[in-house]
Design a protein around this ligand. Sequence first.
Ligand code: PLZ
Length: 419
Amino acid sequence: MARLRTEVPGPRSRELAQRREGAVAAGVGTVLPAFVDHAEPGLLVDVDGNRLIDLGSGIAVTGVGNPAPRVAAAVHEQIDRFSHTCFMVTPYEGYLEVCEQLAELTPGGHEKRSVLLNSGAEAVENAVKIARHATGRPGVVVLDHAYHGRTNLTMAMTAKDMPYKHGFGPFTPGVRRVPGSYPLHDGLSGAEAARRAVAAVDRPDEVACVVVEPIQGEGGFVVPAPGFLPALADWCRSHGVLLVADEVQTGFCRTGDWFACEHEDVVPDLVATAKGIAGGLPLGAVTGRADVMDAVHVGGLGGTYGGNPVACAAAVAAIDTLRDLDLNAAARRIGATVLPRLRALASDAVVEVRGRGAMLAVELATAEDAARVAATCHAAGVVVLTCGTRGNVIRLLPPLVIPGELLAEGLDVLEGAIQ
Ligand code: PLZ
């Protein structure tokens, strides 16, 4: 079945790309300049009628599908009732529902509170604000290869200079970067890597929090060695340092659990979420220990749009969908299908195949290899993304509801491109 009607990008997309140049800031990058007209399960249909296989989910956002019928219905229903009041001015029930769901779903049976925000970066930034306030300490510890966002504080926390930080300094002080766990390259056990990480923290008594992605995202889909996260959590506990899990990319069933921390039974003090929480609408959250969250004075947290009612309605519907369709099981099935196929690839360019659930990656030898593989996939109508501090990793983040035959077809293309 021919999915492509024209070359990708086609003539209409190229026209729009030209128009874009006169209107959109050059600093906004684009992976695959095929302008989208609409989406179907597992597919993005572009303005030239090409049906692209979506193995990116808009960077791990539309796990529940795109469009997701229940999310769309909830959004329509909400926006017809009211679009916005600002929760800080006059509240509404949807915000509470999302916070209640977050308390139930995030790791740990302790009492929790949440604040809702607009994006992943805002969630991480607020987690740090809360941790500083609750501990009375200024320091923030982050890892090599970390990605936490593009605001000034989160740029300071993000490792990679180009493109995220280059020319955008000075950055906020107080952020200490330490080595993490990258088994392919450091050969350390989880416990050894954790010892190395905390040894690089000179004044633990001045550290408010350690912020970690349980599987690193933009930095290369780096799965830490088993035991790394639990050892870090133990160290935090014994030094009065809060553990903040940045589950912005890994959360909401992406790795086959609601949150990737669960895989090693790690219970963070605070969890930052966004992306998959609301099926495509902008929403972020910080959820954590009630005593820590409630340490902040009234009025200290918020924002005009944080927890916007439409985004909250979408989140409630997205969470219902993740639960009802058992998309954790779907994510595990995707991993069980993809990993053996990619591991069987015989190519000198493939350095490692790794990942968990529907967060999967192929590390290639060089960034040029990854760029060539991605370009071949794109030309064949398959949306794949790259990542990695060195840009040498191909990553797959398929919608959790992707039909099996589309996933298989996308993999055929990827395998061909790698070979
Ligand atoms: N924390 C772990 O993955 C966003 C960024 C894409 P925002 N990752 C995609 C880009 O080039 O900007 C991300 C993440 C982790 C925080 C964030 C930031 O989330 O919603 O993009 O602000």
